[in-house]
Design a protein around this ligand. Structure first.
Ligand SMILES: [Zn+2]
Length: 226
């Protein structure tokens, strides 16, 4: 039986449309003034799950949202799936796909795709949406900042450590991680922007009323557990 999930509005204009596969990667809709962006392209099990693209199509049709962008936080297999990406483009053929340069090898076949190296600032119905390249969990880590919320991909918070530190193929060296955390800790100051919520893209970490810059400083501490 195909399981349908209920849309949850985690914050105004930040909607969790569903969590997919056993690892529960979220697929999100970021929206303002009838315009939207889809965040994350996870794999799914067609035998018991609705596809993220079908879900997104139905949610946006019902809410009359014009999807302008398709986005993804990093290249790991639980976040970017080529089949889901193609289906998402099929659902929203006019949407631009904006991805960090490190996606080029796996996403180069998509239409309407734009790669950025460091950061990108997009516009959703007059509201800015920032894509910030900040490698910590993986080399393509892209933090998404919209309406005072930061969706931090798979970033491990309150520790410098990362889940893949012991895997040379995936690990981000300490210096690069520190540079990424420093960049995030300057974000509020540099952009004169207040971030007060932090969500993980898997929707298993939800923090509200936070001091984002202080959280970033604390993330530089080398703690054993996270
Ligand atoms: Zn993940």
């Amino acid at each position: 039986m195909i399981k349908r999930t209920r849309v949850q509005e985690w914050s105004k204009g930040v909607l969790l449309m569903g969590r997919f596969e056993w690892f529960g990667t979220g697929c999100w809709l970021l929206t303002h003034n009838g315009v939207g962006a889809i965040l994350e392209l996870p794999p799914y099990s067609p035998d018991h799950q609705e596809s993220p693209a079908t879900k997104a199509y139905n949610v946006c049709k019902k809410r009359k949202i014009d999807v302008k962008y398709i986005l993804c936080t990093h290249t790991h297999i639980d976040h970017y799936n080529a089949k889901t990406a193609r289906e998402m483009q099929g659902a929203f053929p006019r949407a631009e796909v904006h991805l960090q340069r490190g996606f080029e090898g796996i996403a180069g076949m998509l239409n309407n795709v734009y790669f950025f190296d460091h950061d990108s600032k997009l516009d959703i119905g007059g509201e800015p949406l920032y894509l910030v390249h900040a490698p910590k969990h993986s080399w393509t880590d892209t933090n998404v900042i919209f309406k005072g919320t930061a969706i931090m991909g798979d970033w491990e918070l309150n520790t410098l450590r990362s889940a893949h530190d012991d895997k040379p193929r995936y690990a981000v060296p300490k210096d690069a991680k520190i540079a990424a955390i420093d960049k995030m800790s300057r974000f509020e100051h540099d952009h004169k922007y207040h971030i007060h919520k932090v969500f993980s893209v898997h929707a298993n970490d939800r923090r509200e009323n936070i001091d984002f810059t202080a959280l970033m400083h604390d993330t530089k501490v080398d703690r054993a557990s996270f």
